[in-house]
Write a new protein. Structure first.
Length: 142
């Protein structure tokens, strides 16, 4: 009976540790945690294909459309230098405010669809590009 109680106590202690770990929030220095979910990425891939790929390319690699050079969004271009709010604003209102040609999608896509498109694009970013973006974005939040 004593062995059973010891084993039960040990098992309960282990479960408590596991539950505590599972509920823990990611720490600020966990660079591999991304802000979006798998579902965001799946939806974003569809949104991007239907609304963005014609100009930015099927894998967000950037394209030349007529005389216009459309920038890459796959982590190799300048998009990795803007915070999430800036990226969302650009998708929502287009590029005209900053001298660009990108159309506004605020009236076409819901905010969750715009965020999902950004999530899919960022899912293409190499870990190093995402970590760099994440560090810059954290600094802009303080």
């Amino acid at each position: 009976m004593k062995t059973f109680r010891s084993a039960t106590t040990l098992l309960l202690a282990a479960c408590s540790l596991l539950v505590g770990t599972a509920r823990a929030e990611p720490s600020a220095d966990m660079n591999d945690v991304r802000w979006y979910s798998t579902e965001d990425v799946k939806l974003g891939e569809q949104i991007f294909a239907a609304n963005c790929a014609a100009c930015h390319g099927a894998r967000a690699q950037g394209e030349t459309v007529g005389s216009l050079r459309v920038p890459p969004l796959n982590g190799s271009g300048h998009s990795a230098h803007h915070g999430l709010d800036d990226l969302l604003e650009h998708v929502t209102n287009g590029g005209a405010r900053k001298g660009g040609k990108m159309p506004a999608f605020g009236a076409i896509l819901s905010e969750s669809e715009r965020r999902a498109a950004i999530a899919w694009v960022q899912s293409l970013w190499p870990d190093e590009a995402y970590r760099s973006w994440q560090q810059m974005y954290r600094r802009s939040q303080h």
